[in-house]
Design a protein around this ligand. Structure first.
Ligand code: SF4
Ligand code: SF4
Length: 176
């Protein structure tokens, strides 16, 4: 049977990864939860069985895959389906192929929550207690739920913790 495929954001870029949903389902059924020591490294090890992961990139993959698993667990806890999410298209392009989403600088974020109250698209989520020193700050939980071209959350963030790519980047996506 063909492995699942999904795009996730790794180090600011959409990256295709095979077999993640199978790994996540196994971990979830086994009761494994984010916050466990070395879980990110374990997910990377499993993902490397189906994907090329450069040795020097394992740490950033571990962070990204653990963040993705955190979102997966939250979805499952709400009773949502465990398969890949359909993010739709923009100008005819798969949403996951467009690198338009916020980046949050946790050194600047003060956890005020203004962006969370503003965004109704669930692209952002609070970092849970138990996730280290950053609890209460904000993470990008669903980058492809962010509305292409919107940057409202960056506009209301007083410490300027939220940034976006240059809007001119979207010119490359002509209507098709
Ligand atoms: S508005 Fe800015 S400072 Fe406030 S929680 Fe969001 S990212 Fe953090
Ligand atoms: S840019 Fe708009 S849609 Fe995207 S996370 Fe911010 S408020 Fe939500």
């Amino acid at each position: 049977m063909a492995l699942s495929y999904r795009q996730i954001v790794i180090d600011g870029s959409p990256t295709g990864v095979q077999g993640l949903d199978e790994i996540f389902a196994q971990l979830y059924e086994a009761g494994r939860r984010p916050g466990e020591a070395e879980l990110g490294a374990e997910i990377v090890g499993r993902a490397a069985e189906h994907n090329y992961i450069p040795p020097g990139a394992r740490e950033v993959f571990a962070q990204a895959l653990l963040a993705e698993y955190t979102t997966y667990v939250a979805r499952r806890a709400k009773g949502e389906a465990d398969g890949p999410v359909d993010y739709g298209t923009w100008r005819g392009y798969p949403r996951e192929s467009i690198p338009w989403f916020p980046t949050v600088d946790l050194d600047l974020c003060d956890g005020c929550g203004v962006c969370l109250r503003l965004c109704s698209h669930h692209a952002l989520a609070p970092i849970e207690a138990g996730d280290g020193d950053e609890a209460g700050k904000v993470r990008v939980a669903e980058p492809f739920h962010c509305v292409v071209g919107c940057s409202s959350c960056a506009n209301v963030c007083k410490p300027k913790a939220i940034t976006f790519p240059p809007r001119s980047m979207l010119d490359a996506y002509r209507l098709r």
